[in-house]
Design a protein around this ligand. Structure first.
Ligand SMILES: Cc1cc2nc3c(=O)[nH]c(=O)nc-3n(C[C@H](O)[C@H](O)[C@H](O)COP(=O)(O)OP(=O)(O)OC[C@H]3O[C@@H](n4cnc5c(N)ncnc54)[C@H](O)[C@@H]3O)c2cc1C
Length: 432
């Protein structure tokens, strides 16, 4: 794909010279990887109980990192100083119990690994760890064990990815509505371990609002409540210290999560504001009136410009003409300064009639703050998985694509729920 505006944007914004090339490797050089610290006793016991494992360098490097920028650069230009020594693939809760028992017996560390989308460096191995480090990959624990349609809950193994969870639940007409931007790869157990937030949290809540019950394997035993009810009045909620613990306290193996019927109707939209201050003021008003749609995100001018820079080369003169028209409408006709304007993207969902009413309410608020509604996506159309993994770029691109649509303006806004806070936990570790 050709992105004709990206180079100029990078040079102008960062003063970067794209002629300066840094070294990168096309593939992993196995000899660069630090040698494994092997605990033979652990390996022999894992073999004996028939659990899949690997000491292959590629498998170990793959699980040595998440998606932090410094981790990407370490992969591109060098190597991690410490990586897991062995990878194990339990296929169920009982396998995890056995592995944790063996870890205790042989004094090795475990780092649970879900989808590997961590942005908190929590998957990185401590450089000075002398014990064997085991990456416990949950990917084979990926089944929905039951659905309770009366209580609207589902009991699911922790290694299922968000994408598979929603797909499989949809076959029964349900969803969790939990959609972090990483949902294509991130897992249910990873969401619990990182106290994750989804883009539709305004309706469905964050992971802590959705979890009903957890099963967690720790070196001291299994942590779980004896009740699967959605709420208990007695005692502290033990699950709250598991959520956000980043794998330091145990391995989450099974989760009971709230579900809802798949929404009948979805509608996407976007609103352009003359400047960021107006956008924020509008979002505050939406929050004050407590009418935020399922998702609402405000992007500042820098993000808007970046989205523009990611626009692919247009295929036809007609498209190019339309782009010019849109730009003319918003900048010349409406008088928005391209170096000031900002964009909010929205998603409404639920019953069709209520969605339309809700949309009008939000767009009326936006209009009071100078917002211009733009038709982001055809009615009822859903995000594709690909969109989710590039949420900002795609959202902005779409906003601009439809910027010109001069509808009777109503429009929107609300809380920027797209920011998730990096977690401060350092990694793993457990031992005797
Ligand atoms: C493109 C992108 C978009 C993102 N969008 C969002 C977003 O919208 N909202 C958000 O909150 N975060 C987001 N993140 C961050 C990340 O996706 C979340 O933190 C996610 O919850 C991690 O899940 P995972 O399965 O990938 O876990 P991993 O990255 O594999 O692990 C993360 C941590 O959880 C631990 N862990 C994993 N599985 C288990 C388990 N079963 N039991 C115990 N501990 C476990 C690991 O040891 C590690 O400490 C995004 C990341 C990327 C790269």
């Amino acid at each position: 794909m050709v992105l004709p505006a990206l180079r100029e944007w990078m040079e102008k914004t960062f003063g970067a010279s794209l002629n300066h090339k840094t070294t990168s490797r096309a593939s992993l050089n196995v000899s660069d990887a630090p040698p494994a610290i092997v605990n033979e006793g652990f390996i022999q016991d894992v073999k004996a109980i028939g659990i899949s494992f690997s000491q292959d360098v590629e498998d170990r490097v793959f699980r040595a990192h998440g998606h932090c920028l410094h981790e990407m650069f370490a992969l591109r230009e060098g190597m991690f100083k410490r990586i897991p020594d062995v990878v194990v693939w339990p296929s169920c809760h009982d396998d995890v119990v056995r592995i944790v028992d063996l870890a205790c017996k042989h004094n090795v560390c475990i780092i649970p690994f879900g989808g590997g989308t961590s942005v908190s460096s929590a998957l990185e191995c401590p450089e000075d760890e002398k014990r064997t480090i085991v990456s416990l990959d949950t990917s084979q624990m990926n089944r929905i064990l039951w659905i309770d349609e009366k209580n609207l809950t589902a009991h699911v193994e922790a290694g299922i990815t968000g994408q598979d969870l929603e797909k499989q639940l949809a076959e029964s007409g349900y969803c969790t509505g939990h959609e972090p931007d990483s949902m294509e790869f991130s897992t249910l157990g990873g969401w619990v371990a990182t106290r994750a937030s989804g883009m539709k949290k305004n309706i469905y809540g964050n992971i802590e609002d959705l979890v009903v019950h957890l099963k967690v394997v720790t070196p001291q035993g299994i942590v779980e409540k004896s009740c699967q009810g959605p709420r208990m009045s007695t005692g502290p909620d033990i699950y709250h210290f598991i959520m956000g613990s980043e794998g330091t306290l145990g391995v989450v193996t099974e989760v009971t999560i709230k579900i809802r019927p798949v929404p009948e109707y979805q509608k996407y939209g976007s609103v352009v504001f003359p400047n960021f201050e107006r956008g924020v003021a509008c979002l505050r008003e939406v929050a004050r009136q407590r009418c935020a749609p399922a998702s609402i995100r405000l992007m500042d001018n820098a993000q808007f410009q970046f989205g523009h820079a990611l626009k692919p080369q247009v295929a036809s003169i007609f498209t190019s003409f339309l782009d010019g028209l849109k730009k003319f409408y918003i900048t010349k006709f409406k008088g928005f300064d391209p170096n000031q304007l900002c964009v909010a993207t929205l998603l409404f969902e639920g019953d069709r009639e209520k969605v339309l009413q809700h949309e009008k309410q939000v767009y009326d608020i936006a209009a009071k703050f100078g917002g211009e509604v733009t038709k982001a996506v055809a009615e009822g159309q859903h995000f594709t998985r690909r969109n989710r993994n590039a949420p900002v770029c795609q959202g902005l691109h779409r906003s601009q694509q439809y910027l010109w649509k001069p509808k009777p303006f109503i429009k929107k806004a609300s809380i920027c729920n797209s920011v998730f806070v990096s977690k401060c936990f350092n990694t793993v570790q457990r031992s005797r």
